[in-house]
Design a protein around this ligand. Structure first.
Ligand SMILES: Cc1cc2nc3c(=O)[nH]c(=O)nc-3n(C[C@H](O)[C@H](O)[C@H](O)COP(=O)(O)OP(=O)(O)OC[C@H]3O[C@@H](n4cnc5c(N)ncnc54)[C@H](O)[C@@H]3O)c2cc1C
Length: 434
C-alpha cells in the first residue's frame, strides 16, 4: 500500500470510534468531560491499532518499510499513553457518587461503579509499565524472546481490560452500537495476534526448510544457507528479509529477522549473512546441516525492482551488507543494465566478507582501522567519501540504498539530502529499532 493511503487508513481507523461516539452520543456535556472521554476513546483505538502496527503485516510494512512501521508503532504507543494518562484527571470536578436515575446519558455524573472502574485502573497502571519495559528493554537484561512474550501478553491484557472499562464505564461505549464497534475493533486486534502466532506458524509448518550449509565468512560472521523441503520456496525480491526460526517448531517465539543475501535469480536456496551478537547468533557455528528451519516473509521495502533510476548506489556498514549483497547479486545475475556502485565500510580488514566475489570494480572498501598495507578508502563513510565516489549527476539521479549502523545511515542520509537527492530515492533498512 502507498504511504499516503496507509496514513489515511490509519487516521480513519483511529478516529472511527470517536466520530461514531459523537454521532451516536447524547447531548454534549461540559467541554472538559467531552475532552476526557475523547482522549480515552482515542487512546483505546490507538492501542488497538498498535496490534496491527506490530510489523508482521506485509501490506503495511512492505509499503513503508519495517523500520518506519516500528518507529510509528513506538510513537503512537507513547501518544496513546499520554492520552490515557490525562483521561481520568480531566473528569475532576464532575459530580460522582453513582449514576442518577434521571441522568441516563451520564451528562452530569461519571461512573463510579468499582467493577467498571477497576479494569480501567488496572489498564491505567499496566500501560505505562508495558511502555517502560519496552523503552528500557536493552538496559533490562532479559532475553529478547521473553520480552516479546511479555509485550504480547501485556498488550492483550490491556486491550481486554480497556474493552471492559469502555463498555461498562464509558458514556459512549455503553451504547449498544458503540459496544459492537469496540468489540469488532478488539476482535481485529486480538485476531491479528492469533494470525501472527497461530495461523502463520500453522501455514509455515507445511513449508519447512533445511539448513544445507553453514560457512564462516569472517571471525564473527557466518553464512547460513537453507533449502526448501518439498516445496517451491519463497517468492521474494532481492533486499527483503524474513523472520528465521532454526531448529524449533514453527510455533516457537525463537525467531529473528535476517535479510536475505542471496538473489532470487539464483534459485530456491536462500542464504543469510549473520553476525554474532546474542543468544541465537552466537550458536550459529553449532548448527548442523539438515536442521529444520521456518521462514516467515518476505518483508521489507528495500528493493530496486522496477525502479527507473539509471544507477544504483549501495552503501553498507558491516553486516548491513547482507540485503545489499542480495541486490548486487540479483543485478549481476540478471544482467541489469543499470550502473551500480557499492561502498562497504568495516573497522578492520578481517571483517570484510565476500571480497573475492564482489571484486574491486565499482566497489569501495572503507576501513576505519586500516593496516599499513591498505590501499582502499580509510576512515568512516562520511560526506567527504560520498563526494569522492558520486558525481553531481549521480547524487541527483541515482537511487541510494543503505544499511548499516544507525550513525552511518544518519550521516549518509543527511548528506544525500544536502546534495539534492530526493527522499524517494533514498531507501534504508535498520537492523535495530530502538
Ligand atoms: C529487518 C532486520 C534485518 C536484519 N538482518 C540482519 C542480517 O542480515 N544479518 C544480521 O546479522 N543481523 C540482522 N538483523 C539483526 C538481527 O535480527 C539480530 O542481530 C538478531 O536477532 C540477534 O539475535 P540474538 O538472539 O543473537 O541476540 P539477542 O541477545 O537475543 O538480541 C540482541 C538484540 O538483537 C535484536 N533482536 C533479537 N531478536 C530479535 C527479533 N526477534 N526481532 C527483532 N530484533 C531482535 C534486539 O535488538 C536485541 O536487543 C536484522 C534485524 C532486522 C530488524
Amino acid at each position: 500500500m502507498k504511504p499516503l493511503l496507509l496514513i489515511i487508513a490509519y487516521l480513519a481507523a483511529v478516529t472511527l470510534p470517536l466520530v461514531l461516539s459523537w454521532l451516536l452520543g447524547g447531548p454534549p456535556r461540559p467541554f472538559r468531560q467531552e475532552l476526557a472521554s475523547g482522549l480515552g476513546i482515542l487512546a483505546f483505538s490507538m492501542i488497538l491499532m498498535e496490534f496491527v502496527l506490530s510489523g508482521r503485516f506485509k501490506s503495511i510494512s512492505n509499503g513503508i518499510g519495517m523500520d518506519v512501521t516500528m518507529r510509528f508503532h513506538q510513537i503512537m504507543a507513547r501518544t496513546a499513553l499520554v492520552f490515557a494518562l490525562l483521561h481520568p484527571f480531566l473528569y475532576q470536578g464532575t459530580p460522582s457518587g453513582g449514576q442518577r436515575p434521571w441522568d441516563p446519558t451520564r451528562q452530569l455524573t461519571i461512573a463510579t461503579d468499582f467493577f467498571a472502574l477497576s479494569t480501567g485502573i488496572a489498564a491505567f497502571l499496566l500501560l505505562p509499565s508495558l511502555l517502560l519495559l519496552a523503552i528500557g528493554r536493552t538496559q533490562l537484561d532479559y532475553k529478547y524472546e521473553t520480552w516479546r512474550l511479555i509485550h504480547g501478553i501485556g498488550a492483550l491484557l490491556i486491550a481486554l481490560l480497556l474493552l471492559h472499562h469502555t463498555v461498562y464505564a464509558g458514556r459512549y461505549g455503553s451504547q449498544p452500537a458503540m459496544t459492537w464497534v469496540w468489540l469488532a475493533m478488539t476482535g481485529i486486534a486480538v485476531g491479528s495476534l492469533l494470525y501472527v502466532y497461530l495461523i502463520v506458524p500453522l501455514v509455515d509448518r507445511a513449508r519447512a526448510w533445511r539448513v544445507t550449509s553453514v560457512t564462516q565468512l569472517t571471525p564473527k560472521q557466518w553464512e547460513v544457507t537453507v533449502t526448501p523441503d518439498g516445496h517451491r520456496g519463497l517468492d521474494y525480491k532481492a533486499g527483503q528479509f524474513v523472520w528465521l526460526n532454526i531448529g524449533h517448531n514453527s510455533f516457537s517465539m525463537k525467531e529473528n529477522p535476517f535479510s536475505i543475501c542471496s538473489a532470487p535469480a539464483a534459485g530456491p536456496e536462500i542464504s543469510f549473512m549473520i553476525k554474532e551478537l546474542g543468544d541465537f547468533t552466537r550458536t550459529i557455528a553449532q548448527l548442523d546441516s539438515g536442521t529444520v528451519a521456518y521462514l516467515d516473509g518476505p518483508y521489507g521495502n528495500l528493493s530496486v525492482d522496477g525502479r527507473t533510476e539509471p544507477g544504483v548506489a549501495l552503501i553498507a556498514g558491516g553486516v548491513g551488507l547482507a540485503p545489499l549483497l542480495g541486490i548486487l547479486r540479483q543485478m549481476r545475475l540478471t544482467g541489469d543494465p543499470r550502473e551500480v556502485k557499492l561502498i562497504y565500510g568495516n573497522r578492520v580488514v578481517d571483517q570484510i566478507a565476500y571480497r573475492d566475489e564482489m571484486g574491486a570494480q565499482d566497489v569501495f572498501y572503507v576501513l576505519s582501522e586500516p593496516p599499513e598495507t591498505w590501499h582502499g578508502e580509510t576512515g568512516f563513510i562520511d560526506a567527504a567519501l560520498l563526494n569522492r565516489v558520486f558525481s553531481e549527476k549521480e547524487f541527483s539521479e541515482w537511487i541510494f540504498v543503505m544499511c548499516g549502523p544507525a550513525i552511518m545511515m544518519d550521516i549518509v542520509e543527511d548528506h544525500l539530502i544536502e546534495r539534492g537527492t530526493p527522499s524517494h530515492r533514498i531507501l534504508s533498512e535498520r537492523f535495530d529499532y530502538d
